[in-house]
Design a protein around this ligand. Sequence first.
Ligand code: NAD
Ligand code: IPM
Ligand code: MN
Length: 367
Amino acid sequence: MSNPSLLILPGDGIGPEVMDQVVRVIDWFGAKRDMPFDVSTDLVGGAAYDAHGTPLHDDTMAKALQVDAVLLGAVGGPKYDDLDFSVKPERGLLRLRKEMDLFSNLRPAQCFDALADFSSLKKDIVAGLDIMIVRELTSGVYFGEPRGIFEEGNERVGINTQRYTEGEIERAARSAFDLAMKRSKKLCSMEKANVMESGILWREVVTRVGQDYPEVELSHMYADNGAMQLVRAPKQFDVIVTDNLFGDILSDCAAMLTGSLGMLPSASLGAPMENGRARAMYEPVHGSAPDIAGQGKANPIACMLSFAMALRYSFDHGDEATRLENAIEKVLADGARTADLMGPEGGTALSTTEMGDVILAALDASP
Ligand code: NAD
Ligand code: IPM
Ligand code: MN
């Protein structure tokens, strides 16, 4: 049998910096755990635009559809701000999500004990936090038609359309209920059914799907209240399911509960293919961080935890995913910090590569 295949798309800004550390981790698993991967690397985002005039070359798209999993760093940056909308770096990422049909985006927010003091919230509000946001990723206002900037009388109008079919809501809901069954059997669905028809349909379909999961305690919340509750008392939640745009915003919000955006991984999953494996892409929640790019300051942990999610969800190696997560938890407990994790007490920040060094050493020492 051939090795599992990975397509690595480092992207822009800090993307390549954090991905370098993940490649070291992938090599470690190949060498020390006898888990070799067939790795290929390609361009996405601004880097692809610079080389090919498009943020995602068709050949890269074709490769992404062939491999077992894609690992992506981040895309975008000020250099590309003035590009035509159709070739902006972000369009490359959105095309990957759409054409791979990755409708279920899992964004866990877990507060490591060692970082509880560092969250912008009080320690007892976040200590022990472990929630999962399931964000619908291939529809909603990100993709709905009509869209565009049009002339209307003597001014222009910008239009985007929030659109959800019952089928799209149902498959996202099912993936969230399935996850809830494996966790604490509690699911909160967030929309704005008070003002949006798509929200009314969302609530109706999620409730209907819930009849197939009688053990799961389902609740509904308006998304604005959800944002407030996430910072007021985040531990009331376990799994949250929500649409594409609300999920984008709520997951950045949840990121700060964990201490830094540099800590939050994600998995984007599609339906199972003929070989039983789901199409999948793994990426940190953060972006290309232009303000720190090129300085060796980026925290590589979100990207490493994204690879841990790949081990768990694509490669059936939950045990090895836990090994990597434990190594990360251990170095944090020992005080290893990149600049984004420095509290008011100060101290010396590790560079991106130094954080990689200590995590590899912790992997070497793992039982
Ligand atoms: P960002 O996530 O890039 O940065 C927000 C803040 O968090 C910055 O201060 C940054 O320094 C910090 N930060 C982010 N990741 C970090 C890490 N790993 N370590 C330390 N600090 C980190 O968001 P932004 O500034 O709004 O967006 C910048 C660019 O990235 C934009 O072009 C945007 O479209 C793009 N973006 C891409 C993705 C993606 O590729 N998945 C996600 C979000 C934003
Ligand atoms: C994210 C990002 C993307 C999104 C952008 C870069 C297209 O913010 O992955 O959270 O809006 O989905
Ligand atoms: Mn986002």
